[in-house]
Write a new protein. Structure first.
Length: 523
């Protein structure tokens, strides 16, 4: 079946036409300010357990199968044929787009969708080709997004009626029984995570910005809640992007042409640039409560989900880069929200320590975030994005280590978590202190500071930084109960060691030597 022919005149429609179509078809509603609001039904987030990769000659020895479920080429063929038969005669939309701002390393993606608002979403999130680049466009990755299609677990070899299946050899992604639009963009990211390392290009789940003069670019790795989007959104610097980037021999580049920000408790006071986009035409509001009369968004209402989102073109942010590209990063920052309250607000990492913490991908859940969580719980998501890592994490860590060494990037660990005690006893690290420390890093001033070696984690911690209470720089000094701090520090160090056992045989002795060591402290 020729899906492109089935799309008729609904190919590469622009935002105004897609908004009209979405409203005409009853898929979404226009809100005050002009944003388009849509709901995704049962699935208000990704379905990682329903993601499958075809195991074949290309992927058999390359994919990290401990992190990915597999199906056979024959099962995929049946699934593909059944999905095409299901879509026969339906109105479809198509977008031809790029994943990647660097022409040498981007992937050409053609995305077919059942919903007009999905077509607007993916057109917003990926990079939009210039008219002359659309001539003779030949996709390297084809995504078929069919929320109305339900998989048959027995027939298709999958887990449930929901499916995200990738055939990397043929460059085809099938998405069924979920209207969560983020599955499309993450499928592109997963494909780039598979193909780029073979070209010596590092794919990264991180935000990035660069100095106003085009120098001093920085990468911000971090899991949800660590401040990745907030800290990279500096009005004094140029934003490259908030989520996915690549690092090649020519520098760093954004994979996307838009941003996909969480809207929970979003306000004009705290995040004015992002808030402003929610009142712009062309922005997509996903699972956000809308007043039925005034058509105003209520970002404090989480009755639908705490994962409400807004998708908007990158150029809606005033200081965004038009090219999405920058020189090699001067600084690589890894963010963690340490709810145990034992990590310093900033530490300098050696290249080996950077690889260790990159593979660890540490942050912490706090009490009350999930049922049954009554005290801080360590969370380790390797490479700061385990669900999207198609290859073994050690491949990405090795590549990151080589890039850091080759281009002389400085590496830092920043804790935006708790100080003076764990969550429930201490307080959240003051954002003003974090921003002051970050500015000292990005301006190079922190390189001239005096450092001490942390006795438990082994990294270098500044002793004094102008504008920051020196007591904050020594976590133990902020605790009233020093013995409780010692116990918490040893506990966390032990968690790091336990988590890293799975990577021990894949890394060098130097990286292993960078591991925290549980030990007692003396007053």
């Amino acid at each position: 079946m020729d899906l492109l022919a089935q799309c008729a005149s609904r190919i590469n429609l622009t935002a105004p036409l897609l908004v009209e179509e979405a409203i005409r078809r009853g898929e979404a509603q226009l809100t005050a300010g002009g944003a388009l609001a849509a709901d995704t039904g049962v699935h208000t987030g990704r379905s990682p357990k329903d993601k499958f990769i075809v195991r074949d000659a290309l992927t058999g020895k390359t994919v990290w199968w401990d992190n990915a479920a597999s199906i056979t080429p024959a099962q995929f063929d049946v699934l593909h044929a059944d999905m095409l038969a299901h879509l026969k005669g339906r109105e479809l939309f198509a977008q031809d787009l790029f994943g990647g701002a660097d022409p040498a390393h981007r992937i050409k993606a053609r995305v077919f969708t059942e919903y007009a608002w999905h077509s607007l979403f993916i057109r917003t999130m990926l990079r939009r080709p210039a008219p002359d680049e659309l001539k003779g466009f030949r996709p390297e990755l084809t995504i078929i997004d069919a929320p109305s299609f339900r998989a048959d677990p027995e027939r298709h070899g999958v887990r449930s009626e929901t499916v995200i299946a990738m055939d990397l050899s043929r460059g085809i992604v099938l998405i069924g029984n979920t209207a969560y639009a983020g599955e499309m963009k993450k499928s592109v990211f997963s494909a780039l995570n598979f193909f780029l390392p073979a070209k010596g290009v590092m794919p990264m789940h991180c935000s990035a910005n660069v100095g106003a003069d085009g120098t001093g670019s920085a990468l911000f790795f971090g899991l949800s809640g660590t401040g990745k989007t907030t800290l990279s959104a500096d009005p004094q610097r140029i934003l490259l992007g908030d989520d996915e980037h690549g690092w090649s021999e020519d520098g760093i580049f954004n994979f996307e042409g838009g941003c996909y920000a969480k809207t929970i408790n979003l306000s004009a006071e705290a995040e004015p640039e992002i808030y402003a986009t929610t009142r712009m035409f062309g922005t997509v509001l996903e699972n956000v409560t809308i007043d039925p009369v005034r058509r105003e968004a209520d970002f404090d209402d989480v009755s639908k989900t705490e994962n409400g989102r807004c998708a908007y073109p990158l150029h809606y942010i005033p200081n965004a880069s038009p090219t999405g590209r920058a020189l090699h990063p001067a600084n690589v920052l890894m963010l963690t929200a340490d709810a145990f309250g034992v990590m310093p607000p900033i530490a300098r990492l050696s290249p080996e320590q950077a690889m260790y913490h990159f593979l660890s991908g540490y942050t912490a859940k706090v009490a009350g975030t999930e049922t049954g969580v009554t005290e801080p719980q360590a969370t380790f998501s390797t490479c700061f994005g385990a669900p999207f890592m198609s290859r073994h994490p050690s491949e990405y860590a090795d590549l990151l280590g080589r890039m850091i060494a080759r281009h002389g990037s400085d590496c830092w660990l920043i804790s935006t978590g708790w100080t003076g005690g764990p969550y429930g006893t201490g307080r959240r690290m003051p954002i003003k202190a974090t921003r002051t420390l970050l500015t000292a890093v990005l301006t190079g001033k922190l390189n001239n500071a005096m450092f001490r070696t942390d006795p438990n984690f082994g990294f270098a911690v500044p002793v004094d930084v102008p504008g920051v209470d020196s007591k904050l720089l020594d976590p133990r000094a902020t605790w009233k109960d020093k013995a409780a701090y010692d116990a918490a520090a040893e506990k966390l160090a032990g968690m790091f060691e336990k988590n890293f056992e799975r990577f021990a045989r894949h890394v060098s002795k130097e990286v292993l030597a960078s591991a925290p060591r549980a030990r007692a402290f003396a007053d």
